[in-house]
Write a protein that binds this ligand. Sequence first.
Ligand SMILES: [Fe+2]
Ligand SMILES: [Fe+2]
Length: 245
Amino acid sequence: MYYSFPHQWWGKVGMGAAVYASAHCILLPPSLLQPSALYSLAPYGGGYFMGNMADQRAGFKTMRESTKADWDIIVERYQPFARELPDRILGHLKLLGGDDGGFLVDRLHHSLLTATLAHKGGEDEEYVVCALLHDVGDTLGSWNHPDVSAAIVKPFVSEANHWMVEKHGIFQGYFFFDKIGLDPNMREQFRGHPHFERTARFCELYDNPAFDPAMECAPLEFFEPMVRRVFEFPKNSIYRDTCHT
Ligand SMILES: [Fe+2]
Ligand SMILES: [Fe+2]
């Protein structure tokens, strides 16, 4: 590790001259303050010395040649990226707005109605957030949106809630699959599963009735703090202990 404070570190540049650098490189020679010069600094310990912690880059071109120092940089840089996940999720949810797809409400409105109903139904915060995000996969997973939505919530929710989001498409089909030439009883393949009733109930009470434009609907801002709390710490991820502090 060649840094010990958030914005200050000691290190070596080029042929080994010791340089003390701050967040603004104030002790580096002016010739080294040009961006091109900064990028040309010799790699040290695998990583490139830059003037700001936020600018540090690993030096490897293949993962096989990466070093511990490289990964110290990457793990450090990962922290702010991971903390912004709730913003990215909320931004992606907003992409569902404006596309009604022929329904009486657009996909964002449907999501908000589902979450509003779940909240009114007395469900806990994690459940309400799952209700809000159950269709968030629609934009990229247009042919398997429950899988995409479930993958997004998986590290942060219980196995029961994950399963509920993942399987809600098939369970929701109970109400309409017969109208599009599919088997409305497709969900029967899961009969007896520990989360069958939970998922059937989610669709019955919250997903199925959330298409009424006249229904009272909480705004996205109401759910934002819930999303931030639920997505604050991953419960299930192989990277949890390495990348999350
Ligand atoms: Fe859905
Ligand atoms: Fe839905």
